[in-house]
Design a protein around this ligand. Sequence first.
Ligand code: BTN
Length: 235
Amino acid sequence: MTTRIQRFDSVTSTNDTAKELLAEGAQSGTIVVAQTQTEGRGRSGRTWFSPDEDNLYLSMIHQSALDPEHIAGLTLDVAVAVAEALVTCGFEPELRWPNDILINGRKVGGILCELELKPCLAVIVGIGLNINGQDFPPEIEGIATSLLLAGHEPIETSSVERALIARLTDQVTRYERAGAPDIDTYLRYFRSIGRPVNLPSGEMGKVRGITDEGGLQVDVDGELRVMRSGEVTLR
Ligand code: BTN
């Protein structure tokens, strides 16, 4: 897989810029990296705090030959790529289904995959990683962290970026071949089994595992149910 990085000082969201570049004919494998985002987005319409503080904000265009319904599981393989990049930096990351990356129980990174149908089927794989940031707004202060705050020496974003892109291209290539996430590897970083979870119905369940397609398996009073991305949030 060939990658080409396009760098920007400031964008609204690297996902938006990647979509614009796709519309202008950019190739699969194009990666947008920005110094800061003015409208960084997370899942479920949340804001992704994106100060100009040596963090990583990147989005990759991936044109997939898979059916759109098989693409949801890609997020899990991307999460594995981020986790493995952090391992090479000396951390023991945890993955919280489906798209959170944690260190010491606090969120250090997140993934936002968005599907574009025009001008061709493409996934915009957006990744945010807090590297040298130290201050967070009050609403996320107690739950967010950065590599620096988690005990690392100040670190060049470029070295994390290199490690991440190498793992990301491997994982995306693997996913395209398999059409399903590598659950065994995901489970190495997944520590939520047995934890309680609130379902949208108001019921309580317990996490049992991850299905082959990447859904969250939840036990509700002995009945196994499968949650899709966006249906529940694990704590
Ligand atoms: C989440 O945890 O809810 C997902 C966060 C994803 C943030 C990244 S930063 C780069 C890319 N551009 C965005 O606007 N969002 C993603």
